[in-house]
Design a protein around this ligand. Structure first.
Ligand code: NOJ
Length: 759
């Protein structure tokens, strides 16, 4: 009763403030409890015309074509008019306090109801202080550091007016040909879920209404990472078992952790484009999972349904998307053009519009925009937060921790600081752009510390030869590059330097713009003439440390067989050169583990550790088992793999299944080597027989520990039903009795094992 009276009071207050014509900032202020937010939304909805409601469902790009095809002139002209009429709910790619304030003022002062705008931006791995690409960060397996990295990104983004990032991408992918593997956490659902949560926490913080936290957006719902043959935007043909067990869990984890928004995807799932997919958006996301945030379409994904052959025109795009639960239209212009008429003609129920708008307004209330629409517009913050020293420190730390030592024959690494005659070879070693990776929309150009610069800070014995020219020219599309496939003229210079050097650091891999959206590759080798140069240098001097810089797993099989030491550095961001040099000289002992399997050859792809067993697993002497006749089934480097300068011994695996609801697993890990270091202790299970076939191995726990020389630590894990169960093809979560194998170790292929019986 008391609650009802309080609610009525709040409602009348809200209505009062609504009916008073707003003059300055906002219609309704005061973000308090969730209940009062709902009351305020109801009051506001009652004030809104149908057109104004639809306006909230419309998002426009910030009047330039930074992240997608340019809008047509006609539409661009309409944008300001639409904004002033209250027909725009959010914009993207507008940054900088001044610009944001200008547009926000239009929304707040010049529209009838003064509803503030959301300002979205792809803050994917840093805003100005660029951190390693997300795939690299995933290799750190360091959740608190990943959270910090997202935190500094949010600090900087919020300081320039942004209140919404289109991250994290939690698409699971098993195909290194897909260019966007760089943007995710790799192939594993468990790891990907944990990392997704860490990133959301980093962006959103504990209080979304603070002026340094921003709304996150988990994407792409769903199945985008399963693009056939790794070709971006391609069809995803997914079984329900894979959908429920592999693809959806990171989204569910995000929803359970309060992610404010979800982005749908470009692809078709089971014949229906994700944007118009009711099964995904209404039945699962908003139905089963009871999601309260809103769904934004991907860039023009509504419009693309015409090309998919699903909608006959833009009007049908609006109808199908709205009905299926795509709440906000990013750059398709479908809702703003057709939704009003569709509602008035009875084709779309206004209740669906109200539901979508309620979700969008809720996020605006949660962000505190009704209290102060300019809370992200602080010029002082803009000046002090960008490139803050503490941000750079996080960027360096996570860059070092993202690196994976793939090979270290005869302990060639770490290098001694007194090492004489160090040759550094490769155009990437002197490249200030590539280490920034692909998603660095706001980054200042060419501001990465190069490997060469980093090494020169730690040693005076470094000589450099670029070798083959890696990139020949830029193409007409911004940021696109042409890889040199013909001009071998630099190889001689590289070989000459190698001959007179004692050790060679070769920095090879992919240009920063060879991975990312639209950058699928059919080959996974070292692009251009790098392999040829590597072999030529090797013929002159075998003492090579290969530093790989790339945005995806590469099939560097020849190098793995011949080169004595290989460090996977990925694209480590602004502090790239410092981080790499510190790892090579042993100032930091590498601790990264691969979040994605490295294939031996492209023909093995998709290749991933948690596959099913076939009925003919082999190996057999005769031919009729599941294998290739020209390649092994083994990957080049498995998921979870990564070496250290020290070595770790695993022993004392204990399984206590006394309490069946919490099975306890413990293991003793000892540092047996000559360096202190970190180890990622990984726990895998195998459900031996179940009503739905289960993978050979599934990661179900990990912990990153630090051990000084000679130190031993016990690591404990708990396995509950959440870890032991699985989904059947109706989406039902089952926990079945039976035998489980456990493996605890240093990668998905190496560890000590035990069994227990689940009753
Ligand atoms: C298209 C991408 O698929 C999506 O991830 C991104 O957030 C939008 N463009 C906006 O830039």
């Amino acid at each position: 009763m008391k609650k009802n009276i309080a609610s009525l009071f709040l409602l009348s207050l809200a209505l009062l403030s609504c009916t008073q014509k707003k003059e300055t900032s906002s219609v309704i202020s005061g973000t308090t409890s969730p209940d009062s937010i709902e009351i305020k939304i109801t009051a506001l909805l009652q004030k809104m015309t149908l057109e104004e409601k639809i306006g909230q469902m419309n998002q426009y790009n910030g009047f330039w074509d930074a992240t997608g095809p340019a809008p047509s002139e006609k539409n661009a002209k309409n944008k300001y008019e639409h904004l002033k009429k209250g027909l725009v709910g959010a914009v993207l790619n507008v940054t900088g306090v001044e610009k944001v304030r200008k547009l926000q003022e239009m929304a707040v002062n010049e529209t009838r109801l003064g509803i503030p705008l959301l300002f979205g931006f792809d803050v994917i791995h840093g805003y100005k202080t660029i951190t390693p690409i997300p795939l690299a960060e995933a290799a750190s397996w360091d959740l608190s550091l990943i959270e910090k990295s997202a935190r500094i990104a949010a600090e900087e983004a919020s300081a320039v007016g942004i209140n919404w990032t289109f991250a994290p991408m939690v698409d699971i992918s098993r195909d290194a040909r897909w260019g966007r593997v760089m943007e995710g956490a790799g192939e594993d659902t468990y790891l990907g879920s944990k990392i997704g949560i860490a990133r959301i926490k980093g962006f959103q913080g504990n209080d979304l209404s603070a002026n340094n936290t921003i709304a996150a957006c988990v994407k792409h719902f769903a199945g985008y990472g399963f693009a056939e043959s790794g070709k971006d935007y391609n069809t995803a043909d997914i079984s329900l078992s894979t959908l429920y067990n592999v693809i959806l869990p990171p989204f569910k984890a995000a929803v359970d952790n309060n992610v404010q928004t979800v982005m749908n995807s470009f692809n078709v799932v089971d014949g229906i484009p994700a944007t118009a997919n009711s099964f995904l958006q209404r039945d699962i996301l908003k139905g089963k999972w009871n999601y309260k945030g809103f769904v934004v379409s991907d860039w023009g994904s509504g419009l693309e349904m015409i090309d998919h052959g699903y909608a006959k025109d833009l009007k049908q795009v609006a109808e199908l998307s709205a009905k299926a639960g795509s709440d906000m239209d990013m750059e398709s212009y479908a809702y703003v053009a057709h939704l009003k008429q569709l509602v008035e003609s009875g084709k779309v129920d206004e209740k669906l519009i109200d539901d979508a708008v309620r979700r969008i307004l809720r996020v605006k209330f949660e962000l505190g925009l009704f209290d102060d629409p300019y809370r992200y517009c602080n010029l002082q913050n803009e000046k002090t937060k960008i490139y803050a020293p503490e941000h750079m420190a996080v960027a360096l730390d996570i860059a070092r921790k993202s690196m994976v030592l793939l090979k270290n024959e005869k302990q060639i690494l770490p290098l001694s600081k007194t090492q004489k005659n160090i040759a550094v070879i490769g155009a990437l070693a002197n490249d200030k752009s590539s280490p920034l990776g692909n998603w660095r929309l706001a980054a200042d150009d060419n501001n990465a510390i190069t490997v060469l610069e980093g090494l020169q800070k730690l040693s005076t014995n470094v000589s450099f030869a670029r070798g083959v020219n890696f990139v020949t020219e830029k193409t007409s599309f911004p940021n696109e590059v042409q890889i040199n496939e013909t001009d071998t003229s630099g190889i001689g210079e590289a070989v000459a330097l190698a001959k007179k050097s004692d050790i060679i650091i070769m920095v090879l891999g992919e240009h920063g713009m060879q991975s990312g959206e639209g950058r699928s590759r059919s080959r996974l080798d070292l692009p251009g003439l790098q392999q040829q140069m590597l072999e030529a240098v090797y013929a002159a001097n075998k003492n090579i440390v290969l530093v790989l810089m790339n945005g995806r797993p590469l099939a560097v099989t020849w190098a793995a067989e011949n080169i004595p030491a290989i460090l996977e550095a990925w694209q480590p961001g602004m502090l790239s050169g410092d981080a790499i040099a510190q790892v090579l000289f042993g100032e930091y002992n590498p601790s990264g583990k691969l979040p994605m399997t490295f294939p031996r050859s492209v023909g093995q792809v998709p290749i991933y550790y948690n596959h099913y067993s076939t009925g003919r697993p082999g190996p057999k002497k005769e031919v009729f088992w599941s294998h290739y006749t020209d390649e092994t089934n083994k990957p080049l480097y498995p998921f979870g793999y990564g070496l250290s300068y020290t070595s770790f011994q695993y022993s004392n695996l204990k399984i206590d299944d006394g309490d069946q609801s919490k099975i306890k697993v413990s293991v003793l890990v000892k540092n047996k080597g000559k360096f202190s270091g970190e180890e990622v202790v990984q726990l895998y299970i195998r459900d031996k027989a179940a009503s739905v076939v289960r993978p050979l191995k599934e990661l179900k726990g990990f912990e990153k520990i630090n051990l000084s020389i000679g130190e031993a630590k016990q690591v404990d894990f708990l396995l509950t039903d959440a870890e032991l169960g699985f989904y059947n093809s109706t989406g039902q979560f089952l926990v079945e009795p039976g035998d489980f194998e456990i493996m605890v170790g240093s990668s998905s292929e190496k560890g000590i094992s035990g069994v227990f019986n689940k009753k």
